[in-house]
Design a protein around this ligand. Structure first.
Ligand SMILES: Nc1nc2c(c(=O)[nH]1)N[C@H]1C(S)=C(S)[C@@H](COP(=O)(O)OP(=O)(O)OC[C@H]3O[C@@H](n4cnc5c(=O)[nH]c(N)nc54)[C@H](O)[C@@H]3O)O[C@H]1N2
Ligand SMILES: Nc1nc2c(c(=O)[nH]1)N[C@H]1C(S)=C(S)[C@@H](COP(=O)(O)OP(=O)(O)OC[C@H]3O[C@@H](n4cnc5c(=O)[nH]c(N)nc54)[C@H](O)[C@@H]3O)O[C@H]1N2
Ligand code: SF4
Ligand SMILES: [Mo]
Length: 693
């Protein structure tokens, strides 16, 4: 019996699991005992990774032929066809008439290779589903810390005596985080800030059910209180930060009384929270999508950073302004996808970085992309405007997950070429493809992932591929070769080669991984960046900024402030309610292509789209549990849901899990102006009952 340790390729924790295999059959799965992230635990998704292996599915690609019929073809034909089509479109309409959308669920090597073929050689735009997820944190970190650097280690949960979750629901979304909080030996106070009484809010010591999208006012008022009472760390502010005086002036007007009008939180409660933060020895602030997905998201994230900085709660055990990532390799995509910045970080117009990256890749500087990609929304808008004619999507399902998703449907109708690379031929996006490229799932692949605490870990094949089965890297190489890049890709032939190129790109950057050995990563405890060549191996758990030195030119962290914006699409007489969206249950993953295969999950989750409404709203509209309701959105669309009556939402809120395609039919094309991340969590809507079951 073989034992193979690999990484769960669902959520951002990147738990490790030991698979026991006999005669190409998985006989047992155990969460890896001494892996520092999950220490012998895992959730149902990780334990069910083997469900995605399905040998009955055809391993061959499908092309829509000239008669408009799907036709199974050989891999070589699919590669040649795809390459020819890309070239034809570029010749006819220009380089940027083709675009790609990738993901945070591929390995860093796969993303790097896609970025090299697409951005460097083809000069196309490539954005990722990470735009829907982490773009806000990326911008917030870059501006405040000087680099996209989440500062914590997950062990900080256990050192923290005051834990704040802001727009985060780890009971459902990061179950291993929740385990670590629950079993922490440090006595702690747990505070949740969320307009919904989420599963995490229910388990908190204190829940602040703020008015949706009032976080910025809430946080500024909290900052003003802390400053007013002198409950701040002046020594830290002076030694390690810039912009505090301006910040202090700007937040002065946010009195608790003013804040109450916007946030709905009584002044005494806000004062109580300020005191709790002041009295905490090690206060940690954690945020996710309730913050990132909004129209003033970057500034909200930076207000959280400001609170940590001004109270000296950063760089020490149990502290930090900490953004949790969503997908397993979101961090890999942020640093090594060649989309928004050069490999290893740095802007495309930074001459020093261009020279270093070109040297690391053994290519001329002129080959490197010269500008960041246009963002996801611009790609979709350009398709709808007829400027982009070819789209290649990898490991993402935008027909379902894109905001205001009918705009994606209409976009696809305009495409001449729609390449979908996925493990399933029947996803909502794959069914619309003109070229479908089937690949094997993560459990049959090799490469590297970087989790939420900057930890690199190894993905290793548990089950071998069958003849004709291909993995993502082979498909990318197949298309690259067919594009005539065989020679140019000579140094990029496998995961280890590519990892070593990326290692070299990271040299002397904050995310330096030159000290990580590709082979030694397998079966290990993983390695957090930075980890530079020749440096001592370092502790298994490390945090950034322990020396108070940041990555900005002045080496100081920045306080960044902006006046809160008016809600661009407020509730109205016509749309008196608002739709909140997010994760439904631990077992359900996004668009449910993968988790539908897990019988335990299917058994306990609701098959059809459903939405949570309050008992008050139910009564007002005479809606009973499981009645069919129609929700009409400010965007002009409407969709039907089964009603679930629950006190987790108040009388103006409806919560719909994102796992059903109906939900994003209703969301709005509104974005944060700096990160261009969609505002998935607030849509003015109206509801009516259409029938009883
Ligand atoms: N089971 C499961 N786990 C997952 C995923 C999955 O699909 N299924 N997806 C993974 C991914 S990619 C991600 S990004 C993470 C997301 O992880 P989370 O961000 O924790 O999950 P969400 O449910 O999207 O949103 C969190 C909370 O934000 C709240 N919220 C909404 N509006 C506001 C607001 O205005 N202010 C505040 N403070 N809060 C608000 C919502 O009510 C919700 O409870 O989960 C990861 N883990
Ligand atoms: N309303 C609303 N919408 C949201 C959100 C929200 O909170 N509310 N959250 C947003 C966020 S944070 C995210 S991250 C997105 C996620 O949105 P998506 O990325 O669209 O969701 P997934 O279902 O994870 O899609 C992954 C796809 O990759 C395929 N796949 C799995 N493994 C592999 C592989 O190894 N290789 C390849 N090539 N394919 C593979 C799966 O079958 C699936 O089709 O949704 C966003 N949409
Ligand atoms: S917590 Fe996340 S990484 Fe861990 S097993 Fe579950 S889905 Fe996988
Ligand atoms: Mo995400």
């Amino acid at each position: 019996m073989k034992k193979i340790q690999t990484t769960c390729n669902y959520c951002a924790l990147g738990c490790n699991l030991d698979f026991y295999v006999e005669a190409e059959k998985i006989t047992q799965v155990n969460p890896t005992k001494d892996y520092p992230v999950n220490r012998g635990f895992a959730c149902i998704k990780g334990l069910s990774l083997d469900k995605q292996i399905n040998r009955r599915r055809s391993p061959l690609p499908v092309i829509t032929n000239q008669r408009g019929e799907p036709e199974q073809v050989s891999w070589n034909r699919a590669f040649a066809y795809t390459a020819r089509k890309i070239k034809e479109l570029q010749a006819a309409y220009g380089a940027e008439s083709v675009a790609a959308i990738s993901t945070g669920q591929l390995t860093l090597e796969e993303m790097a290779l896609l970025g090299h073929i697409g951005r460097n050689h083809l000069k196309i735009n490539i954005d990722g589903n990470t735009r829907l997820c982490m773009a806000t944190s990326v911008v917030a970190h870059k501006q405040a810390f000087g680099f996209d650097a989440p500062p914590y280690t997950l062990a900080d949960f256990e050192y923290s005596d005051t834990i704040l979750f802001i727009g985060a629901n780890p009971v459902v979304a990061h179950p291993i985080v929740w385990d670590r909080v629950r079993f922490s030996k440090t006595p702690h106070t747990l505070i949740v800030i969320d307009p919904r009484k989420s599963e995490t809010a229910r388990n908190a010591d204190e829940w602040f059910g703020i008015t949706p999208k009032s976080d910025l006012v809430f946080l500024y008022a909290l900052a003003a209180l802390l400053i007013g009472k002198g409950w701040i760390d002046r020594g830290y502010i002076e030694a390690h930060t810039e912009g505090f005086t301006e910040f202090k002036e700007a937040v002065r007007m946010f009195t608790p009384q003013y804040a109450e009008k916007i946030t709905g939180i009584a002044p005494e409660r806000l004062e109580g929270l300020a005191k709790t933060i002041y009295e905490g020895r090690a206060v940690s602030f954690w945020w996710t999508m309730g913050v990132n997905q909004g129209y003033e998201a970057v500034r909200t994230a930076q207000a959280i950073i400001a609170l940590a900085l001004m109270t000296g709660n950063i760089g020490r055990p149990g502290t930090g302004a900490n953004s949790l990532t969503g997908q397993v390799d979101a961090m890999g995509s942020r640093l090594f996808s060649n989309t928004a910045g050069l490999y290893g970080g740095g802007d495309f117009d930074n001459p020093k970085r261009r020279a270093a990256v070109a040297k690391a890749l053994h290519c001329g500087e002129s080959l490197l992309a010269v500008k960041p990609t246009i963002p996801y929304n611009a790609i979709i808008e350009n398709i709808n405007a007829g400027k982009i004619k070819g789209l290649w999507i990898l490991c993402t399902n935008p027909r379902h997950s894109w905001v205001n998703n009918e705009t994606f449907r209409s976009a696809v109708e305009k495409l001449e070429l729609f390449i979908v690379q996925d493990i399933y031929p029947d996803t909502d996006s794959a069914r619309l493809s003109t070229v479908f490229l089937p690949v094997v799932p993560g459990i049959q692949k090799e490469g590297t992932m970087i989790n939420t605490e900057r930890r690199l870990s190894a993905l290793r094949p548990v089950i071998e591929k069958m003849p004709d089965e291909k993995n993502d890297l082979e498909v990318l190489l197949g298309i690259g070769d067919a594009l005539g890049l065989q020679q140019e890709l000579a140094l990029w032939r496998g995961p280890k080669d590519i990892f070593n190129l990326m290692k070299e790109c990271s040299r002397n950057m904050p995310c330096d991984i030159t000290g990580v050995d590709y082979d030694a990563l397998a079966g290990s405890q993983g390695m957090q960046w930075p980890c530079s060549e020749g440096a001592a191996a370092g502790d298994i758990e490390r945090r950034l900024f322990e020396d108070g030195i940041y990555y900005t030119p002045s080496k100081k962290a920045q306080f960044i402030f902006e006046k809160p914006l008016e809600n661009p699409a407020p509730r109205s007489a016509e749309f008196p309610l608002y739709l909140n969206t997010g994760r439904g249950t631990v077992g359900q993953w996004h668009t449910q292509t993968r988790t539908r295969e897990v019988a335990y999950v299917a058994d306990v989750s609701i098959e059809k789209a459903h939405a949570f409404i309050s008992p008050g709203l139910a009564k007002a509209h005479r809606i009973a549990e499981n009645d069919v309701i129609e929700i009409t959105s400010h965007n002009g669309q409407s969709a039907r849901f089964y009603a679930r009556v629950s006190d987790s939402v108040d009388d103006i809120q409806i919560f719909a899990p994102l796992h059903y395609i109906e939900t994003n039919k209703l969301t709005l094309s509104i974005y944060d102006s700096y990160s261009k991340e969609p505002s998935f969590k607030y849509t003015p809507v109206a509801v009516k009952k259409v029938g009883a079951v």
